[in-house]
Design a protein around this ligand. Structure first.
Ligand SMILES: Cc1ncc(COP(=O)(O)O)c(C=O)c1O
Length: 476
């Protein structure tokens, strides 16, 4: 986040160190970098900004001397003052009526310490990962479903909304296409998959609980569990997916994406799935299976969900319509282990994570009339071709620089840097040239071990992919 807020002019009168010092100072003074926030290390900020480490060290030391930062050797500097307070240093913006310091809850303080959600610039540019092609969504058909629901709602009695139709349709779809075993009662409809993670964290995670997540992994999951005070531990991957941690202590919860690991796209082997199921215990260790893009598989029949082979009710299954339909639809779902259905339902209403009934009913109709499966079939064919097109283009134009890990499904792929570790600098160069990607190192929990680019292929036409690959080749 911080590199995006800094804009250094290479040809200005002020030196880079002076510019950086002044910009960081005003970010703190205006409250955009709040008290307690840890800045990146000098090494990583220098690499992100493309300046020398001495430049960043100078800025940190200067701001520490002025009392804005606490910096000690080997640790990331931490912001020491609240921007709402008037700061009496030269050149600092005065408070904008924010002099009273808000007393945040531990939860809010924790979410302010993560750099998630990340911000992208609008509009979407090739090859931003994480999206399907919304231009291909059958908007006319969807509009008809929405309209029919709205007209019917206007005619009927208040409170006579059908709240089970979508859950029944989903129970059937998940059983036949993903091997999930659940009754409609076990399914909660939520505004997003992220809402499902927040709900699970609120219900199960206490401060200090251990939670394991994949490393590299989906940052939204680590953020949701950290917000509840969990000790989030990143578990490395091997060819079979997330590894088992040696050591005796079982965690409270394990979050995983076994169908297409986010971000690598790897499939967790059956042996590894069985191992994880063997270590989880009802009431002790819960598994959260996030099947965010399980609808898209290209090379072989999809492996059924982990939830379907769990005989003891220990697995939560999370899904979203953000990838399969459009991210604006704001609908996700959570299949809850039987023992927790009542609690999760109360918690859902308590927090108010309720999705619009009209949209739920329209979606139930969209599924029942066969439009959802037809759309998925069409997108699967389209995305398969696009994946192959991107893999072929990267191999042809960037084979010396990038090594591609071809995923058997999903909507994005990882291309590792063959030499060097400067993936964040590469991402900045590419964005400036009009190609959006995500640095693999930014998805690491601790010290990044993997350096590469996360490239989306599903959302982009072949001509757009070709143009982006040519641009990439000219940047490297
Ligand atoms: C692995 C994973 N899980 C969950 C989500 C979030 O889905 P939603 O938009 O429904 O919150 C994403 C979004 O990119 C994701 O990559």
């Amino acid at each position: 986040m911080i590199p995006a807020l800094i804009d250094l002019k290479r040809a200005g009168d002020d030196g880079l160190a002076a510019q950086l010092t002044s910009q960081l100072r005003s970010l703190i003074a205006t409250g955009r970098l709040g008290k307690g926030i840890a800045l990146p290390s000098s090494r990583s900020l220098a690499s992100d900004l493309g300046v020398s480490r001495n430049t960043v060290t100078y800025a940190f030391e200067q701001l520490a001397a002025e009392g804005y930062l606490a910096a000690s050797h080997g640790r990331r500097p931490v912001v020491m003052v609240d921007g709402g307070e008037r700061i009496e240093a030269a050149g600092v913006v005065a408070s904008r009526g924010r002099s009273a310091k808000p007393q945040l809850s531990p939860w809010a303080s924790r979410i302010k310490q993560t750099d998630w959600p990340m911000s992208y610039q609008a509009p979407l540019k090739p090859l931003r990962p994480g999206h399907g092609d919304f231009r291909e969504f059958p908007n006319e058909i969807w509009a008809r479903c929405l309209r029919r629901r709205a007209v019917r709602a206007a005619r009927r009695e208040l409170g006579s909304v059908n709240r089970t139709r979508l859950r029944e349709a989903l129970a059937h779809y998940l059983a036949t296409s993903r091997g999930v075993r659940a009754t409609a009662d076990q399914i909660l409809i939520l505004p997003s998959a992220q809402a499902a993670l927040t709900l699970i964290a609120a219900v199960l995670v206490s401060p200090g609980d251990d939670v394991w997540v994949e490393d590299p992994g989906y940052p939204g999951a680590a953020a949701a569990f950290r917000a509840s005070g969990a000790r989030v531990m990143g578990i490395r991957l091997d060819e079979q997916g997330m590894q088992r941690m040696p050591g005796p202590a079982a965690p409270k919860l394990i979050f995983m994406t076994p169908s297409h690991q986010h971000p690598t796209g790897r499939l967790m082997s059956l042996a590894r799935r069985t191992e994880f199921l063997g270590m989880s215990r009802p009431g002790k260790t819960w598994i959260v299976e996030d099947d965010y893009d399980g609808e898209f598989h290209y090379d072989s029949r999809p492996v059924p969900a982990l939830q379907g082979i769990d005989a003891h009710g220990r697995v939560f299954y999370v899904g979203t319509f953000s990838k399969a339909m459009t991210s604006d639809i704001r609908l996700g779902y959570l299949v809850v282990p039987p023992a927790l259905v009542d609690t999760l339902e109360i918690a859902q209403r308590h927090i108010g994570l309720i999705a619009s009934s009209h949209i739920q009913e329209a979606l139930a109709e969209f599924i029942a009339d066969g439009h959802f499966l037809a759309h998925l079939r069409r997108m699967r064919r389209l995305y398969h071709v696009r994946r192959d097109h991107l893999v072929e283009g990267l191999g042809r134009h960037l084979g010396e620089v990038l090594s591609v890990e071809v995923p058997s499904g999903g909507i994005q792929l990882v291309a590792r840097l063959k030499r060097g570790r400067a993936d964040q600098a590469a991402v900045r160069r590419l964005v400036a040239a009009g190609v959006e990607t995500r640095a693999l190192s930014s998805l690491a929990l601790g010290q990044p071990r993997d350096h590469g680019l996360l490239l989306g292929f599903a959302a982009w036409r072949e001509s757009e992919i070709s143009a982006a690959v040519r641009t990439m080749a000219s940047c490297f």
